[in-house]
Design a protein around this ligand. Structure first.
Ligand code: CA
Length: 230
């Protein structure tokens, strides 16, 4: 298997070089960019497997750029980890709502960074299973990572896909936020429970136009359940 390619978009040279050093030592192939424009030309040359995106960039901000990447057919599936110096909870939620798959707050340790990257990559990798999960006209094809409602293919982010796959494989059972974090995000990941709500909201939004959002049910005081019953 060839080395995974990571694109680092960070305007501060010492930070960019440090991350580049850590990640090439961890066996990744590294591309670097100082802003969104440079990142775009890097992407045009070679599609990365994951993007590390600084929040505070000159010109187009990291948040805005993440939104653009998640809108483009070509780059929609590429996982994004936001690098942020901000610690406020709202900002993190805003970061995730922009389409980022995870965020990491500076300063972070090399170990933490590598662990996050591995976790996000793992989520994006299909299980190699040909199985098809079906519920109320909603079909999830594990091999192709495609979700369809009737004839229509749903636009769905990588984390929402994983969440939906987990739910559809385990219907009619309530899972708490921390259980979902363990099962969908992986137990070695440092993610807050509110992250689950953000992705649940995004998943429902993707399902809503197809009348399937009520399959994801909130169970008060307990968590969430995937159910075809109302
Ligand atoms: Ca910066």
């Amino acid at each position: 298997m060839s080395a995974k390619r990571l694109l680092i978009v960070e305007d501060e040279q010492p930070v960019r070089e440090m991350i580049g050093f850590v990640l090439s030592s961890a066996g990744y192939e590294i591309q670097e960019a100082t802003d969104a424009r440079e990142a775009q030309s890097q992407i045009a040359e070679d599609l990365p497997d994951l993007i590390l995106l600084d929040w505070m960039l000159p010109g187009v901000s990291g948040i805005e750029y993440a939104r653009r990447l998640k809108k483009e057919e070509l780059t929609r599936e590429i996982p994004i980890i936001m690098l942020t110096a901000r610690v406020e909870e709202e900002d993190k939620v805003l970061g995730l709502e922009s389409g980022a798959d995870d965020y990491i707050t500076k300063p972070f340790s090399p170990r933490e960074l590598v662990a996050r990257i591995k976790a996000v990559m793992r989520r994006g990798t299909p299980g190699g299973d040909d199985e098809m999960l079906v519920a109320n006209g909603l079909k999830l094809d594990i091999a192709s990572h495609r979700v369809t409602a009737g004839e229509v293919t749903l636009e769905i982010g990588p984390t929402e896909y994983r969440l939906l796959e987990f739910f559809m494989a385990h219907p009619e059972r309530v899972y708490s936020r921390s259980q979902l974090l363990d099962r969908v995000w992986g137990s070695n990941v440092y993610v807050e429970e509110r992250t689950v709500d953000v992705h649940i909201r995004r998943l429902r939004k993707a399902l809503e136009p197809h009348g399937c959002d009520n399959l994801i049910q909130t169970v008060r005081g307990a968590g969430y359940r995937f159910s075809t019953r109302t």
